[in-house]
Design a protein around this ligand. Structure first.
Ligand SMILES: C[S@@+](CC[C@H](N)C(=O)[O-])C[C@H]1O[C@@H](n2cnc3c(N)ncnc32)[C@H](O)[C@@H]1O
Length: 250
């Protein structure tokens, strides 16, 4: 829905509450692919997303990791409501940053924000019922075993807040996400721009640094139906798996 996905003036990291369908659209995934995963999925940062609850309904086991889970649940929910308000204000103030693919549907912003409300409620119910799915942890160090996850997703953090995550911190965090992902799995990271829509300017050196750590990387470009903007996701895999079939840098 939005061009940048986060309000450009966001002072701190927002605790956002995206639903499963938005995750699928942003990471170029489908419900069928999630349902068929051979192991658990890690969502880091999980924020107040509906992913664990909704994907759980599909039979996909999700572990969400986020430092916000060290807070009592009502405070996480309050932070998510504040993030919703910040996004609503940004969409009203800067409509050019949030172009609607359907100009004939001016109610689209409100519908989009209502999808966040729904996801936030799902998060609140699910995290109260299944607290073990929500692990308090902060990149670049995660409390999970090597190769624990079949798929790892990381949305709206590492490139979205460059003032908080410099290049070295990004490499360390990305390497940690690869460590906890199975050798035949993958890590997907988006967006590759900040809150003002500015693309990460050091993606090539960053990928080189990852290659030195034997992590293969690829920028996957795709379009969603009904949206002519090209989207980009950084896909990472342990390079040792690829050594058998080809070069480590792609
Ligand atoms: C904008 S939200 C993104 C949540 C979710 N992935 C989404 O797409 O809506 C960013 C989250 O990053 C979390 N966060 C901040 N610092 C972090 C760190 N060092 N490691 C992991 N998560 C962190 C915040 O608590 C916040 O919930």
């Amino acid at each position: 829905m939005s061009a940048t996905g986060i309000p450009p003036e966001a002072p701190d990291v927002l605790v956002t509450s995206r639903p499963l369908d938005e995750y699928c659209a942003q990471f170029d995934l489908t419900r069928a692919r999630l349902a068929a995963l051979p192991g658990p999925l890690l969502d880091c940062p999980g924020g107040a997303a509906g992913l664990a609850a909704e994907a759980g309904e599909l039979g996909c086991r999700v572990i969400a990791a986020d430092p916000a889970y060290a807070l009592p649940l009502p405070l996480v929910a309050a932070a998510a409501r504040a993030a919703r308000a910040a996004m609503a204000a940004a969409m009203a103030d800067r409509p050019h940053l949030y172009p609607s693919p359907r100009p004939d549907r001016p109610d689209r912003s409100e519908r989009y924000l209502r999808s966040w409300d729904r996801a936030r409620r799902l998060f609140a119910t699910d995290s109260a019922a299944h607290p073990q799915r929500y692990v308090a942890a902060a990149l670049p160090r995660l409390p999970f075993a090597d190769g624990a996850f079949a798929l790892t997703l990381s949305g709206y953090l590492l490139f979205a807040y460059p003032e908080l995550f410099g290049p070295e911190h990004q490499v360390a965090a990305l390497a940690e996400l690869v460590r906890v992902t199975a050798p035949d799995g993958e890590v997907r990271v988006q967006p590759l721009h900040d809150g003002r829509g500015r693309r990460c300017g050091h993606l090539d050196p960053l990928r080189y640094a990852l290659g030195e750590r034997r992590i293969a990387s690829e920028v996957h470009r795709f379009h969603r139906a009904g949206d002519d903007r090209a989207r980009r996701v950084l896909v990472l895999r342990a390079a040792d798996r690829r050594r058998r079939t080809g070069p480590t840098c792609v």
